[in-house]
Design a protein around this ligand. Structure first.
Ligand code: ATP
Length: 363
């Protein structure tokens, strides 16, 4: 044992199946590279748990998550289960707040034989990351935080909040990410996506980017207004590397970018703070396909690879990064050989078959 532990919240619906798939793949990759296994700490949480107990997470669950080195989450929420006020069961949003998970990392990569929405052959080269600030921005006033400013019945205002402390950390995270990607052959560019020509908050966001940039002379810098960036993500996404932006912009552009290279079942996600990182597929619990072995587990499996990269950095144990690369290579090789054909893309392979194939590709 390395002593590294992971809190595991399988959650609801397909969250359970895709978590099992991801952890099986993580375990295999670690064992093949000769790394010690992770210790998993199961945590009960979600809409199903709420229905049974009236709580959205087991007692002491948040503290137990915080005591681990990482958190892996399948998916949470069921449309039929709500709080009395109609809001969704969302303990994961509390975890995001509690642990200050400011850096939302959404890789967007084209795989051979996976769906592509753009006919241009360069679409095969799409390999970018949306870095979405995840604790403030326009979501600062999201109803879930109880901060929406309702003014009578004629007007409502929401606040977009950008703080120096979080933005400095976010940009440093982005520059470091661009540096690491450069070491693996990416252009090594961090583009600041904002609306600095209109909003003081966005000009501040860009000013801090400019202040941090000289600390990273090896990373190319660039700016884009968010509207132009949206256009460019459709026109030439193969030219993008790492794009850093405010929460709401990231919410929108990460879905747009994800749509270029497949479906929800490919969208991996990391949410990283100073103390811990949470890793989860970007999709929800997909109740329409739960229990049918139809879910594509690749988003969860690729989130498992992101978790291993994080653990490598956190622990200084490079072997975890080697295991992460084994998983990414296995997914690429499986698609290239047309041996990964998820039902999500009209293929014939359910959750278990896709998982088995990834395990076979790893070795
Ligand atoms: P949430 O608000 O919790 O993100 P949602 O209702 O927006 O959830 P999902 O649960 O992600 O959305 O499902 C949206 C659609 O995508 C559904 O039709 C679902 O079947 C499909 N889907 C989501 N994830 C997968 C997956 N891993 N494999 C196949 N289809 C998926």
């Amino acid at each position: 044992m390395t002593g590294l532990s992971v809190a595991v919240i399988k959650g609801d619906g397909i969250g359970v199946d895709v978590t099992d798939a991801a952890l099986a793949v993580v375990d295999r990759a670690l064992s093949l590279v000769g790394a010690a296994p992770l210790r998993y700490v199961p945590i009960q949480a979600g809409a199903g748990y709420f229905q049974e107990t009236g709580q959205d997470i087991e007692p002491g669950g948040e503290e137990r998550c915080g005591a681990c080195d990482a958190i892996f989450l399948g998916a949470i929420g069921l449309p039929s289960v709500r709080h009395a006020d109609g809001t969704e069961i969302s303990p994961h949003l509390r975890l995001r707040d509690r642990f200050g998970l400011y850096a939302g990392v959404r890789p967007v990569k084209a795989y051979p034989n996976a769906p592509r929405r753009l006919a241009d052959p360069r679409a095969a080269d799409i390999d970018l990351v949306i870095l979405r600030e995840s604790t403030e921005g326009l979501f600062y006033s999201a109803a879930a935080h109880g901060r929406a400013q309702v003014i009578g019945d004629d007007e409502v205002r929401d606040t977009l909040r950008i703080t120096r402390a979080t933005t400095e950390k976010l940009h440093r995270f982005g520059f470091r990410l661009a540096e690491r990607r450069k070491a693996k052959g990416a252009p090594g560019r961090l583009t600041c996506v904002d609306k600095a020509n209109v909003f003081a908050s966005m000009a501040f966001f860009r000013k801090i980017y400019d202040e941090i940039a000289p600390e990273f002379p090896n990373v190319e810098t660039g700016y884009a207004y968010v509207d132009a960036q949206a256009l460019n993500l459709v026109r030439a996404p193969w030219d993008c590397d790492v794009l850093v932006m405010e929460n709401m912009f990231g919410d929108i552009l990460s879905d747009l970018a994800g749509g270029l290279v497949g479906g929800m079942g490919m969208a991996a996600c990391a949410e990283i703070g100073d103390e811990i990182g949470l890793f989860q597929p970007a999709h929800g619990s997909a109740p329409d396909i739960m229990g049918q072995d139809k879910a594509n587990p690749l988003a969860a499996i690729l989130s498992g690879a992101l978790m291993l990269e994080y653990l490598a950095e956190r622990s200084g144990l490079d072997i975890f990064a080697v295991a992460a690369a084994r998983i990414e290579d296995a997914v690429s090789a499986g698609f290239a050989a047309n041996r990964l054909r998820p039902m999500e893309f009209g293929g014939d392979m359910g959750t278990q078959a896709v998982t088995k194939e990834v395990l076979a590709q790893i070795g």
